[in-house]
Each structure stands twice: as structure tokens, then as C-alpha cells.
Design a protein around this ligand. Structure first.
Ligand code: UDP
Ligand code: MG
Length: 342
């Protein structure tokens, strides 16, 4: 069992097959964790702006780039970045594992006392990290960045995101900050807790909210994507939203129960009505009512089964206890370590 209530930082990633490759003599104050999927046109600009920010931070910094199965040559660009400036470390996953898992891999490999999670597409301006670091120095454990406005995103995405965050907070047992994405600074103490949480369906912003401690937000303007297109089409957004709700709420299951009660109540009333009309001799042919009732009931039953199925699918994924991700290459300090993990 991990020591959840440690007072000193614990440095043990519990994901099977993952180990810190940091040499113990490296001291890093700030780590940027950046998931990358096919961002070849943005990486040079990202590097330029990060170098500027790192030079202005009040402590040594590193960047952990997670290549989440890019196929557009992003890895070669990142390898070059690593050769030019060893502060840029690269962890290449064996395939695309998804945004949340890529961030989790980055958290496992980050060495800093403060870890800044941000996207590679420059929608999260790196300069905001200076403000995040400032608030961290004041003693906060998690400083999340709240989106004031969002440039270059469709009305549809804005309004669905807004509606979703509000729904999520009504349903879930933890209070997740409104309009905050994954862009945030996280203290080492919290990073160690998150990396020790073994769940596979990772809804990180919910997990960070669950952890607690001293959290605060800073506002920023979310910029338009520097280049390329979003990797979250509607289908992936719906999956992500479902993950969020199912990981942090049992309300859908309770809803299924209430729905069951309501429908049973209605059927009981219908039965009473049937008996009464029989007694008073007003028997109707009844075909329509039977079809309607049967149709309604089977619809409700399927829906409830579907809800239960969603939770079951997650349980089955968790009990398999597969590693969260596999690392293919690891570029650290200018040299390549190729890992062959089981
Ligand atoms: N990303 C990733 N794996 C994925 C999808 C996205 O590592 O499966 C990265 C992507 O390169 C970007 C960040 O996650 O740095 C956010 O993705 P994107 O900008 O497409 O999402 P959006 O901002 O449109 O919600
Ligand atoms: Mg983006």
C-alpha cells in the first residue's frame, strides 16, 4: 500500500513497469509536461517560447515531451530539440494512448518540485506558467488556469463545454473547477498522489479535484491553435465526457433506479385501471395499449442495462491491471535509452 498521507514527498510511481529514470543528482525545480500528437508544425515555436519562459523562471526547469504515437515526424523534431537543448526530454509511447494517459506518463517521468501540465498546440500560452509559479511560491498546491475566453473555437464547442462542466459538478462527488482544463501547476506532493492512483480511465481534472489540499485558479485567455487541427472530434469529446461522469459519479446508476420506480408505479396504476374497467365491463380491445406499454418498458430496460454496462466495462478494464502505457524510446539528456518493457 502506498503511504497516501505521507508528509514527505514520496517518489514512487506505482504504475507497473514504469520507473523514474532520473539520475538522483539532477535537481529540477519546474517540469513542463506536454503531450504531443502530430504537432510537427507547432513544435519549433513551442520550443522557442518555452526556452524564453524557462529562462525567466526562478529555478532550473525541464520539459517532458510525451510523444503519444505521432505519425507526422513529430518525434524526429523532438529528438532534435533534445540534442540541441537537453532540458527537453522525450518519452515516446509505443502507440497512441490518449491525452489523459500521455499526461500521466509525463507525470511519472517529471522530476521537478512543481509540474506544469500544458498542451503542445500553444492554446495554453507558456508565459502563463510564470504566473502559476508565482502562486505556487505563495504556498498553493495546485494552481489551475481558468479560461476567460477562447479564441478560435467553435460556438458549439464552447457551449457544450460550458454545459458539460456545470452538469459534471451537479453530478459528481467532488467540486471540479469550472472552465479549467488540464493546464495547471501541480506541487510534487500532489503529483506523487496522482501517479500512485492506479485507475485506467483517467479523468485527471476530477482526480486533481479529488486530491484536495490548497487549490487556486488564475485566469488566462485561451489562444487559437498555432497550427494543425484538433485531435478531439465530437466522438472523442463524448467519450471523454462519459469518462468524466462515470469516473466521478454514481448518479446515472441512481437515476436508473429512480426510473425503475417511476415506471413500476405507472404500470401499477395501469393494472388498477385495467382491473377496474374489467369489473365495470368496459373492456377495450387493448392492442394499442399493450404495444405502447411493452415498447416503453423494453426501452427503459435497455437504457438501464446500458448504464450498468458502462460501469461494468470500466470495472473490467480496471481488473485487468494492464500497465497504463508502454514506453518505446526515452531521450534523456542527449542520449537515447531504448526501453524494452514487458
Ligand atoms: N494529444 C495527445 N494525444 C491524443 C490527443 C491529443 O497527446 O490522443 C495532445 C495534442 O497534441 C495536444 C493536446 O493533447 O497537445 C490537446 O489536444 P487538442 O489540441 O487536439 O485538443 P483541444 O485543445 O482541441 O481540446
Ligand atoms: Mg488544443
Amino acid at each position: 500500500m502506498p503511504d497516501w498521507n505521507h508528509t514527505k514527498p514520496l517518489r514512487l510511481p506505482l504504475h507497473p513497469g514504469v520507473s523514474h529514470r532520473a539520475s538522483p543528482d539532477v535537481t529540477v525545480e519546474y517540469s513542463f509536461v506536454i503531450p504531443v500528437l502530430d504537432e510537427v508544425d507547432t513544435l519549433p515555436e513551442l520550443q522557442r517560447r518555452l526556452v524564453e519562459v524557462m529562462d525567466r523562471l526562478d529555478g532550473p526547469a525541464e520539459v517532458v515531451l510525451i510523444d503519444d504515437g505521432s505519425t507526422d515526424g513529430s518525434f524526429d523534431v523532438m529528438a532534435r530539440m533534445n540534442r540541441v537543448d537537453p532540458r527537453f526530454r522525450v518519452v515516446r509511447l509505443s502507440r497512441n494512448f490518449g491525452h489523459q494517459v500521455a499526461i500521466s506518463a509525463g507525470l511519472d517521468h517529471a522530476r521537478g518540485n512543481a509540474v506544469i501540465i500544458m498542451d503542445a498546440d500553444l492554446q495554453d500560452p507558456p508565459e502563463v506558467a510564470l504566473e502559476l509559479a508565482h502562486r505556487w511560491r505563495e504556498g498553493h498546491h495546485v494552481v489551475y488556469a481558468v479560461r476567460d475566453e477562447r479564441d478560435g473555437e467553435s460556438r458549439f464547442k464552447l457551449s457544450t463545454a460550458r454545459g458539460f462542466y456545470r452538469l459534471m459538478n451537479r453530478l459528481s462527488e467532488v467540486e471540479i473547477p469550472l472552465d479549467a482544463g488540464d493546464f495547471r501547476l501541480v506541487d510534487r506532493r500532489v503529483v506523487d498522489v496522482i501517479t500512485a492512483m492506479p485507475e485506467h480511465h483517467r479523468y485527471l481534472r476530477g482526480m486533481f479535484a479529488w486530491v484536495g489540499y490548497d487549490q487556486t485558479g488564475v485566469h488566462y485567455v485561451r489562444e487559437a491553435r498555432h497550427a494543425g487541427a484538433t485531435k478531439f472530434p465530437l466522438r472523442r469529446m463524448v467519450n471523454f465526457a462519459t469518462d468524466g461522469i462515470i469516473s466521478f459519479s454514481v448518479v446515472p446508476l441512481r437515476l436508473a433506479l429512480s426510473l425503475g420506480f417511476v415506471v413500476s408505479g405507472l404500470s401499477f396504476l395501469a393494472a388498477v385501471y385495467g382491473v377496474v374497467s374489467k369489473i365495470f365491463g368496459q373492456v377495450v380491445p387493448g392492442w394499442t395499449s399493450i404495444v405502447v406499454v411493452v415498447g416503453l418498458l423494453s426501452g427503459v430496460q435497455l437504457m438501464v442495462l446500458g448504464v450498468i454496462g458502462e460501469y461494468m466495462a470500466r470495472i473490467s478494464a480496471e481488473v485487468k491491471r494492464r500497465p497504463l502505457y508502454l514506453v518505446r524510446d526515452h531521450l534523456d539528456g542527449g542520449d537515447t535509452v531504448t526501453s524494452a518493457r514487458p
